[in-house]
Design a protein around this ligand. Sequence first.
Ligand code: T4K
Length: 394
Amino acid sequence: MSSIKPFDEKVFVTRPLLPSLQEIAQELNEIWEARWLTNMGDKHQLLEERIAKYLKVPSLSLFNNGTIALIVACQSLRLSGEVITTPFTFAASPHVLSWNNIRPTFCDIDPKSMNIDPERIESLITPKTTGILAVHVFGTPCDVAKIQEIADRYGLKVVYDAAHAFGVEIDDKGIGCFGDITMFSFHATKLFHTAEGGALSYGGSVLKNRIDLLKNFGIKNEDEVVMPGINGKMNEIQAALGLVVLKYVDEERNNRNAIKDIYISNLKDIEGVTLLEREISVKDSCQYFPIRIDERKFGRSRDYVHDKFKEYNVFTRKYFYPLCSDYSCYRQLPSAHPSNLPVARQVVKEVLVLPYYGRLPAEHAVRICEILKSFRSPCSFGDNAEVDHLSLKN
Ligand code: T4K
């Protein structure tokens, strides 16, 4: 171990933004007075309006979590058969397809953005394909123009999983304005959160009506239940938390931007470490700070670095290892065959997500960079000399 001191306390990949208890208590008082706990109360309605405004989307529906929101998105668009998606994502993305009896078709990813590669989508379309479920991984927007062009040509629906992309904008346009439906997650680990929670955004009011019915058992009124819905409602306590957290999201983003600057200036010139490039036209969600480790140039593998960091009390994450296409429930699918997904297989061996949250002290960020640099072993060919590295830098 180097002379750099381990942290006294565990440093996690993220910590939730928590406003003062007094502020939360004030909101809770109002709920107690109203004796209204769920089923689209005042807090729910207010948060829905405020988030739609913040995200610059015409319309939005709140949910109890992002996964249920995504399940409802598929239902509301009547997706069926096969849907093309990425293997490099959190388990929820392909699982929502399975919960809708849809077969995921895994498509390889772009080596730079790590998002679904639009160039490879077309060859995967079959007569059973009804949609594309694309993920803005780590908050980097997918190639929305190309994806839409393909979807229009084949009559496919497009659902975006923007779990990591709260507040992302492309040329000042909210990320939730693209495709047919976009899902946001408000899980505790997200920049904006309601402990658990999520939302769907979409263009028109027709979809809102259907989605709001689907998230409330399909109940239209006292006399009519018009479709087999589910319970996807966000409750008033979640909404109250969200109303307070929303006030501090910009401050949190600014604090994260400061940490990001420290990471970039300390890590940009390390041989074997690649940082995510952001387009100038894109407003960053500041959700994650992923790096890529090229074992041959860094002299150590991503797994070595991940494990070694623990000795310093730093808990990085290997998001999104293993690839979804390697899960036992999906690996038998023809599209999941390793030969179809060479880029994703390489990327998933390289990505490491560093601790990144507003209250991470600047000195911690500097020390994390120093620790990472101390792992480098420039003379060696890595702890796995057999690694077959694709050039992913373009
Ligand atoms: N699509 C994508 C692309 C997603 O990434 C996700 C969720 C979804 C869909 C589904 O949305 P939701 O249904 O969740 O709304 C976490 C989150 O649970 C999950 O929401 C998130 N993606 C995923 C990327 O990360 P884990 O298994 O990494 O969580 P966990 O418990 O290990 O937490 C990570 C770190 O965060 C901990 O080491 C410490 C810190 N933490 C966590 C919690 C829960 C806290 O400090 N406080 C907390 O309360 O999945």
